[in-house]
Write a protein that binds this ligand. Structure first.
Ligand code: SF4
Length: 346
């Protein structure tokens, strides 16, 4: 049976896949952090993480914790005292890489503090910081080595009598990331935090994340996720939601189907689809409403009929459908307003 943990009021494991992001405001700047976390909450972030690089940041964590509405995770590297301070400051979970915390005694001190408050520890290993003996044994940084490091560090903490754990193993190499997760998922029952680390800029990172995270989710691997982007963290939440919606794990507000257009298209479908998409975000619709905006009569009527509402373009005009029935034909310039009016039931 797969295990689960509670991060504040969010269950990880045997629960809907939660979306995480991480603040990039200065961890000593209380106001900037709060602003960023409120924006992340608004965007639909389930769990937020902040770096705690010094004691001043741990103090700030203590101040912001009672003012935010989603669980707060402290991200710690190198100094075990910071991990203990973050736990005492009220973190709902901590993320450490036991390999860079120092001795087993120091890891144990962190584990004892987490145990006292019964908060989960995320054991996070990264392809960029694998233990030397593992790299040497595998002849370099490999999926097998990444998995071995994650399992070794999990075992280290389990042997200290604590199994309130989440594991993450991250590589910026999508294939290595995938293979390493498959190994670990077969060998542990602990919840797994998935993501492609250092995935890059918005344009590149969202594709890498969609492929890397999507492949794992389709294989049933992953309990919580973060899309890592060199961008505003709110974008991470936006793309995480889109990944979950694309593979049917979450229901989108609107499922908009539109064709790629081709030489048969005789309406400005790119504009029509964008305008319909934007207007649908502004109005109240039943969750998961399917709307098709299609360029012509080849696939258009079929897709449009299968949708709740749809339009199939013609020569400077469009045929509007609702629930499989043709409603009317309108001029191109009237398509968007008419389709939206019909969807709104006006
Ligand atoms: Fe081309 Fe029509 Fe297919 Fe759109 S629906 S891609 S216009 S054939």
């Amino acid at each position: 049976m797969k295990k689960s943990v509670m991060c504040g009021n969010v269950q990880i494991g045997n629960a809907p896949i939660s979306i995480q992001s991480m603040t990039n405001a200065d961890s000593r700047d209380e106001k900037a952090l709060l602003n960023q976390i409120f924006r992340l909450e608004e965007a639909g972030c389930d769990i937020v993480r902040m770096a705690v690089p010094d004691m001043e940041s741990a103090e700030v964590l203590k101040k912001i914790k009672p003012r935010i509405h989603i669980p707060l995770v402290a991200d710690i590297h190198f100094d075990y005292r910071l991990a203990i301070a973050a736990i005492e400051a009220g973190a709902d979970k901590i993320r450490i890489n036991p390999g860079n915390i120092g001795s087993a005694e120091r890891v144990k001190a962190v584990v004892d503090a987490a145990k006292e408050r019964n908060i989960p520890i995320r054991v996070g290993v990264n392809s960029g910081s694998l233990e030397r003996d593992i790299v040497a044994k595998n002849g370099g940084v490999t999926a097998e080595g990444l998995a071995e490091s994650a399992l070794r560090n999990l075992e280290l903490i389990e042997d200290m009598g604590y199994d309130n754990l989440v594991v993450s193993l991250k590589s910026s190499d999508v294939k290595m990331n995938y293979l390493a997760h498959k190994i670990v998922a077969a060998k542990t029952d602990h919840p797994i935090h998935i993501g492609i680390t250092e995935a890059g800029t918005l344009r590149r990172g969202k594709v890498k994340s969609a492929v890397g995270i999507g492949a794992l989710l389709l294989d049933g691997v992953g309990d919580t996720m973060r899309v890592s982007l060199t961008a505003d963290p709110v974008e991470e939440v936006r793309y995480a939601k889109e990944i979950l919606e694309s593979i049917g794990i979450r229901t989108p507000k609107v499922n908009l189907v539109s064709c790629p257009t081709c030489g048969r298209t005789k309406v400005d479908l790119e504009r029509l689809a964008s305008e319909v998409d934007a207007k649908l975000q502004e109005i109240d619709v039943p969750e998961g409403l399917k709307v098709a905006v299609m360029g012509c009569v080849v696939n258009g009527p079929g897709e449009a009929k299968e949708a709740d509402y749809g339009v199939a373009g013609g020569d400077g005009k469009g045929v509007i459908f609702a629930h499989g029935e043709i409603l009317k034909t309108v001029k191109e310039e009237e398509i968007v307003d008419e389709l939206i009016r019909i969807i709104e039931g006006k």
